[in-house]
Design a binder for this molecule. Structure first.
Ligand SMILES: [Zn+2]
Length: 412
């Protein structure tokens, strides 16, 4: 049986496969990606699985159920990281999935489905600026336009595939068909503070929020900072400041979360009134309807406050992803798993962060188990999990898989 101690050790071992000796960075199609896949494959084989790497660099392991070739329950997460990453975002879910198979081993041989584990090759999008490349390939939603994406060195995704030893013409073969899978379950650190605040080790996910992103611009008039009296000013930056405050106030008053992460002011001189301010907006909510209604309210208010200052407001949408709800029957299994660890009323929460489930959800139902992380810190080397939470997480994950085997056994 694989213990929480061993799971944490394996996460630590994966830290070695980093592009930098002093901090963790493992990106898509890098030598470190190959090394992490090899380590995961080794653990999968030790857990009694047959292994392979697919045409998009995703690492798989499979253990057959009662009859060889049955559709599979897919367990997993991702093995790539952000720059200067923590040790658990993604990796914990892959290592826990392997541990669950290792714990169940011979019992899977009687299951009414096969069990597969996947380590997705790209979730974060660190190298090519496009997230979920690995899980999009697995869900058959690969976009041919992506081949021209470039990394910081100017290398195209197409060229990087070839250098990694993958054939770009065969990426379509990585796509899973709906009839091959019964569902996807992922364990992941929460990356937020809600479980910790509730004093809970584990939670289940209701839905993964889909973000909308905008490039917002406020246009005024650049003039002499000394010579222009207030009544003659059309200061784009003061307008942007009011807009950003309004964005925070409106999001706080709703159940949305909005972030302005970047701002650029033109002409950007100390003695010139700003004539233009361009800033970003990232907007998320539990449902697409709530998020879209929030944007309507925000844009109307920003429009009004710009009007009052004689400024012009423009917006361009740069990204839109639909939210991905978790499937009820998989969520029931996750809740049953958490309950079996002694938490009588597991906490449900929506994921503010994106996950592979958003992509693989296109071919099969998804369910997610969240594990509490220290202080909600993630995408940072201080990312940490408690051993007791990982131990409970393993029990709950195993319990969820057993729940599905029991319920499907009863159905057949
Ligand atoms: Zn992640």
């Amino acid at each position: 049986m694989t213990t929480a101690t061993e799971v944490l050790q394996r996460c630590g071992e994966l830290d070695r496969y980093s592009a930098h000796p002093s901090h963790l960075e493992r990106v898509y199609l890098s030598p470190q990606h190959a090394a992490a896949n090899a380590a995961a494959a080794d653990w999968m084989e030790k857990a009694g699985m047959r292994t392979w790497e697919d045409e998009a660099g995703n690492q798989y392991g499979r253990r057959e159920g009662r009859v060889p070739g049955m559709p599979a329950l897919l367990l997993g997460s991702h093995l790539d990281t952000v720059p200067d990453a923590g040790s658990y975002d993604g990796m914990l879910g892959v290592v826990m999935a392997i541990a669950v198979v290792e714990r169940l081993r011979e019992r899977i041989d009687d299951f009414p489905f096969a069990v597969e584990v996947v380590g997705f090759s790209d979730e974060e999008g660190t190298r090519f600026g496009k997230a979920l490349l690995g899980s999009c390939a697995a869900s058959g939603t690969w976009d041919e336009d992506w081949w021209e994406l470039r990394d910081k060195q100017g290398l195209t995704l197409h060229k990087a595939f070839l250098e990694f030893g993958l054939d770009p013409r065969r990426v379509g073969e990585a796509a899973r068909r709906p009839e091959e899978l019964i569902g996807y379950l992922e364990a992941h650190i929460e990356q937020g503070p809600y479980l910790e605040a509730a004093d809970a080790s584990l939670g289940y996910v209701t839905t993964i929020a889909g973000a909308r992103r905008f490039k917002l611009s406020i246009l005024g008039e650049a003039r002499h900072a000394g010579g222009t009296p207030y009544e003659r000013r059309q200061d784009a930056l003061v307008g942007a400041a009011e807009a950003i405050s309004a964005i925070e106030r409106l999001a706080k008053a709703s159940e949305c979360i909005a972030t302005v992460g970047r701002i650029e002011v033109m002409p950007g001189a100390v003695n010139v009134i700003p004539g233009r301010a361009d800033f970003s907006l990232d907007l998320r909510a539990e449902t697409d309807d709530r998020r879209d209604a929030m944007w309507e309210t925000m844009s109307t208010q920003i429009e009004a406050l710009c009007d009052a200052r004689g400024l012009e407001f423009r917006s361009v949408e740069t990204h839109r992803a639909p939210s991905m709800p978790c499937a009820d029957w998989l969520t029931d299994a996750v809740i049953d798993g958490i309950t079996s660890t002694g938490d009588p009323r597991p906490m449900g929460l929506w994921s503010r962060a994106g996950h592979d489930g958003m992509a693989i959800g296109a071919v099969t139902g998804i369910g997610m188990l969240f594990v509490r992380c220290f202080d909600g810190i993630s995408h940072h080397p201080a990312e940490a999990v408690r051993e007791i939470d990982v131990a409970r997480g393993l029990d709950a994950f195993e319990g969820a898989v057993l729940h599905l085997a029991r319920s499907m056994q009863a159905d057949s």
